[in-house]
Design a protein around this ligand. Structure first.
Ligand code: ANZ
Length: 802
């Protein structure tokens, strides 16, 4: 062949790969421990539209790892599937007046074909979709298991409500600016009875385990997890409360990180929307509180905590006793205290807390200093002394508080897994028996799915009304569906047993394959998905289904593909269409461009890269294979040593670079090897030399990590009749890694007078002769007599002359 036909090569290998089934992960091998196992995972996509540039990047990067580990003798598990429940499909269904499955499964097929064409090393026999009944049956089973463990429960409380999507949101789904992470609408609060997973049960462990991943997770993500869990050390302190008539009420318990400032606590503030406020308020003040509450409901948590926001509040009319000073202090309600943090009430220390100070100023409350403004003191010592004192007085104790809340999982939307609970007036919450799982979604389409604030499932009356599994009396199904983050919290377990209809996954396979060795995904999941998956893993461990504590041994998040310095977007019109790029330059060139552009965690600006140059390089590499004239199996040890050194150094370095995820440098080294090989063919040892075959085969193997089509084509041209992915990773000959020359230093009376490039194996006699023959040394010795020569081959010659 003289020209490289991208289209023809792609078509040819796509078909051949189908027949070869190269990347099927063998459970038997893993179970028998015949090979070390490697579980490579990359986040599965939502089926909205076709694949885009972002997918192309992450998949190209991920494929390098999966293919490399296979070369290194691991039995690799590299599965792919679809996170196929969710709002985009539901909204599309409403618009098109159809069932969400139409959109979902059509997009999955499109994406699947694109993935295939993109030449990825996935084990497609494990393909799964979270919206399949075969999958969500086990999502429901896991929900019930968690409930059995006391890790799923229902409670009534103010929850985040997205007025646009008409559904509740988990705290993790509300962005820092108080908006919905999906649609950007301002999130409000609503009082609802909803299901929660008890993520707080593992708060400390979720924090502690991060220390073990210090070197294998990226710092950005470790920090995000730590901040989200938000551990604070402090104390609970109880204040006795009386109403104006002197009647004793329930004491108010507060959480404080500064118990040492208790002497300066001159008033108390209760979250206006906490039940506590309503139970404390005097009849006289109740109307004022109720009027205030209407205002409070409109503010987001972020607004409420802002220090620069004018303070508002209502006096509840009751008073509390500072347990340290015995002073009577007033109790107020305000929105700057959050109902669901700590205890929902604080002791206000206006002298040392900015928000408390503003509040005191606004309402004319007293300020008492505990420490003078410029006082130097040992805070930690003061705090622990204060805790000891409080504990002694019986008014409280040291405690640890977490920002982490339980995970609200109920959603008032259709396209998710129904919560498998039946509500019976006699038996209460009754789990759907295992043999009646899955609870299939009732068939609703189009307009029936329109968000109206309550779950669309409620309209399917035949579906809703069932007999109670316990008493047989009339009962009703729970009409909420689960947050789709539940589906993705355990998909990496299902890949182990994707077709098992007797269990969620086989624990023996989890033991053989797990945990995931390498996980690659987007930054946007740094808190939500990773935290939830870690929670599920700990729960499964405590159920005895797995033995390990953490799901993802290493985690890397890739940068974004941007264009002209900006995020690609419709409004900017700077989007790059993946399909067009592939049509123009081919899969290999697009993949190579993405891998070569930067280290994986950095952004790639499409304006700075050249898929055209990538294609040119691919063709240049491919031409090497056509030039090789030696036979398959030619003895490389007889070949040109200079080229062999380059080849072996390249393999040696690339192995290390691959372990460290420096994929872009691997490409750079491969380019250098291509250049050296070309030079050897054209103006060195010539195409028949065995070293040229060795170098070219090495190029094919290295390139197969990034450009599988061209690599296969090269491998075939080189005379092989199998796939390049079945080749052995080249063995490095250590002897060839040693440099050809070393620099010997020549000193006269201790001063450096010359430098010589010599063979590392040079003899002492040869080195002495070479040193004395060096023109610079001869010049320095002019008129002098050499008295002594000390030689330390191959690095040093010391001459004493006079
Ligand atoms: C008295 C005090 C004095 C406080 C002082 C701070 C400084 P972190 O570190 O975030 O845990 N707080 C407690 N519960 C609250 C709630 N539900 N809403 C708003 N604020 C709340 O912060 C803990 C501190 O935040 C607590 O310590 C409390 O104020 C306040 F010089 O108590 B501190």
């Amino acid at each position: 062949a003289t020209t490289y036909d991208v289209e023809a090569v792609q078509a040819k290998w796509l078909e051949r790969w189908d027949g070869l089934d190269l990347f099927r992960a063998d459970d038997a091998v893993a179970l028998a421990g015949e090979k070390p196992t490697y579980y490579a995972l990359t986040m599965f996509p939502y089926p909205s539209g076709d694949l885009h540039m972002g997918h192309a990047e992450v998949m190209a990067l991920h494929d390098v790892v999966a293919r490399y580990k296979k070369f290194r003798g691991f039995e690799v598990l590299n599965p792919m599937g679809w996170d196929s429940f969710g709002l985009p499909a539901e909204n599309a269904a409403i618009k098109r007046d159809e069932h969400p499955s139409a959109y979902t499964y059509a997009n999955i097929e499109t994406q699947y074909e694109s993935f295939r064409k993109y030449g990825l090393a996935f084990d497609w026999s494990r393909r799964l979709h979270t919206s399949d009944p075969e999958y969500y049956k086990w999502t429901q089973w896991l929900f019930l298991k968690l409930r059995e463990q006391g890790l799923a429960y229902r409670k009534n409380s103010p929850v985040n409500w997205c007025p646009n999507d008409q559904t509740v949101l988990a705290n993790e789904q509300v962005l820092a600016d108080g908006t919905c992470e999906r649609c950007g609408a301002e999130v409000t609060k609503k009082e609802l009875t909803q299901w929660y997973f008890k993520t707080t049960h593992y708060a400390q462990e979720l924090l502690d385990c991060l220390d073990d991943m210090q070197d294998t997770w990226i710092p950005k993500v470790l920090n995000a997890q730590r901040n989200w869990i938000g551990r604070s050390e402090g104390a609970h302190v109880s204040f006795d409360v009386v109403d104006p008539s002197g009647r004793t009420l329930e004491p108010i318990k507060v959480f404080t990180t500064r118990p040492d400032t208790l002497p300066g606590a001159t008033f108390m503030v209760v979250a206006a929307d906490a039940k506590l406020a309503a139970s404390l308020v005097t009849d006289e003040q109740r109307p004022a509180l109720e009027a205030y509450l209407d205002e409070v409901k409109k503010a987001s948590d972020i607004d409420r905590l802002a220090t620069d926001r004018p303070k508002t509040g209502v006096d509840l009319g009751v008073s509390a006793t500072n347990p340290l000073t015995g002073e009577q202090v007033p109790v107020w309600a305000s929105d700057y205290v959050l109902a669901d943090y700590g205890t929902g009430a604080i002791m206000a220390v206006p002298a040392h807390d900015e928000r408390d100070r503003e509040f005191a100023e606004k309402f004319g409350l007293p300020v008492v200093e505990v420490y003078a403004e410029d006082a130097a003191y040992d805070k930690a010592a003061e705090i622990s002394a204060a805790i000891a004192k409080i504990e002694e007085s019986g008014h409280g104790e040291g405690t640890i508080n977490y920002r982490l809340r339980d995970w609200l999982l109920s959603r008032q939307r259709y396209w998710g897994a129904p919560i498998p609970i039946i509500h019976c007036p006699v038996d209460g919450e009754v789990p759907v028996p295992d043999d009646q799982l899955p609870v299939l979604l009732p068939e609703l389409t189009g307009a029936q799915l329109k968000p109206k604030g309550t779950s669309p499932l409620g309209a399917a009356t035949e579906w809703v009304n069932v007999a109670c599994p316990t008493c047989g009396g009339p009962a009703q199904r729970d009409t909420d569906t689960m947050d789709t983050f539940v589906d993705s919290s355990w998909y990496f377990f299902r890949y182990l047993s994707p077709n098992d209809d007797t269990q969620a996954f086989d624990p023996a396979l989890a033991e053989a394959w797990g945990p995931v060795d390498f996980y690659l995904g987007g930054d946007e999941h740094a808190v939500l998905h990773l935290l939830y998956a870690r929670f599920f893993t700990k729960a499964l461990r405590d159920m005895g289904l797995i033995t390990w504590d953490e799901p993802f041994t290493s985690y890397l998040s890739q940068g974004k593909v941007i264009n002209n310095g900006k995020k690609m977007s419709k409004s900017l019109g700077n989007g790059i269409n993946l399909g067009e790029q592939i049509d123009k330059y081919g899969v290999d060139a697009v993949r190579l461009t993405l891998v070569f552009a930067s280290p994986p965690e950095d952004n790639i600006d499409w304006a700075d890269v050249s898929p055209e140059a990538s294609l040119k390089f691919i063709k240049r590499a491919w031409r090497l294979a056509g030039d090789v004239t030696s036979e398959v199996g030619a003895d490389a040890s007889t070949g040109d040593v200079a080229l062999r050194r380059v080849t072996h150094k390249t393999v040696h370095e690339c192995s290390d670079l691959l372990e460290r995820h420096r994929f872009n440098v691997v490409v750079a080294r491969t380019m250098e090897l291509v250049n050296a090989t070309r030079k050897a063919i054209d103006s060195g040892c010539g195409p028949a030399d065995a070293a040229v075959r060795e170098a070219t085969e090495t190029v094919a193997i290295l390139l197969s990590l990034v450009t599988p089509y061209a690599a296969e084509e090269m491998w075939e041209l080189l005379g092989h009749d199998t796939s390049v992915s079945l080749a052995a990773w080249p063995t490095v000959d250590e002897a060839l890694l040693v440099d050809d020359t070393v620099t010997a230093v020549v000193q006269i009376q201790g001063k450096v007078r010359g430098r010589l490039e010599v063979a590392p194996s040079i003899s002492e006699a040869d080195l002495e002769a070479a040193a004395l023959a060096d023109p610079n040394v001869q010049r320095a010795l002019e008129g002098k007599t050499v008295r002594k020569v000390i030689v330390r081959a191959p690095k040093l010659v010391n001459i004493v002359a006079g």
